[in-house]
Design a protein around this ligand. Structure first.
Ligand code: PEP
Length: 250
């Protein structure tokens, strides 16, 4: 049995004050969540505060990105060891906003994945197609290419107990959620591709769905056999909505 994971990607949102009240709300409501694992990925400047507020709780935290380099003249970058200094468990790699606004290639994302794992962090590998790619019928080809970049660099064992987030780009922040059937189809494709190399790795791999997931569509999505939770953007900024999704994942 894979333990469902619901991870909040706060992106570039919030203030010290809003972080405190959001986490206060989540901590107060978490008693209703029995089996799902929860995590939040704040902007990096808030990670020390998040660590302070969540230490000793059942909620994990992580970064939204990391550098492939370990230190040096890389202005604005954050290394894996810096994330470790603040006890991060997870780090998102290859989010579509990084791929498109920062031109991150599949190979760079694969390197980030490898660096994160080598440092003991659990990378959440984001993959997904654009609307044009879906309409052109190339969804599977695109997610296969993004997935294979990691497998080619690191081997299939890199995905052992791993986390992938299937995030159709057209569904992110748009309110246009993939239907549970559309999402399940791609999740099954991803698991099948991994299973072709290792059945046990495929069984343990958590594949999250991301893209306008809300409390009212979460249950149906996460109810599908290959959907093991969610990577949540907008709805992770409101305690009630985030908890609603977490309860659905339970
Ligand atoms: C995301 O950016 O990872 C995401 C899923 O965003 P949203 O939930 O707002 O669509």
């Amino acid at each position: 049995m894979r333990r469902p994971l619901v991870a909040g990607n706060w992106k570039m949102n919030g203030s010290l004050e809003s972080v405190r009240s959001l986490l206060d709300g989540i901590k107060r409501g978490i008693g209703d969540v029995k089996s799902a694992e929860l995590a939040v990925c704040p902007p990096c400047v808030f990670i020390p505060e998040v660590q302070k507020l969540l230490s000793g709780s059942d909620i994990a935290w992580g970064g939204q990105d990391l550098s492939t380099e370990s230190s040096g003249a890389f202005t604005g970058e954050i290394s894996a060891s810096m994330l470790n200094d603040f006890a991060c468990k997870y780090v998102i790699v290859g989010h579509s906003e990084r791929r498109s606004y920062h031109a991150e290639s599949d190979q760079q994302v694969a390197s980030k994945y490898a660096v994160a794992r080598a440092a003991g962090l659990i990378p959440i590998l984001c993959i997904g197609e654009t609307l044009e790619e879906r309409e052109a019928g190339t969804t599977n080809e695109i997610v296969a290419r993004q997935l294979d970049a990691v497998i080619d660099l690191e081997g299939i064992d890199a995905l052992a107990n791993g986390v992938i987030a299937y995030e159709p780009v057209w569904a992110i922040g748009t309110g246009m959620t993939a239907t549970p059937e559309q999402a399940q189809e791609v999740h099954a494709f991803i698991r099948g591709r991994v299973a072709a190399k290792s059945g046990s790795v495929a069984q343990g791999l958590r594949i999250l769905y991301g893209g306008s997931m809300k409390p009212d569509n979460a249950r149906e999505l996460i109810g599908k056999p290959d959907i093991d939770g969610g990577l949540i953007g907008g709805a992770s900024l409101k305690a009630e909505d985030f908890l609603g999704i977490c309860t659905a994942a339970d």
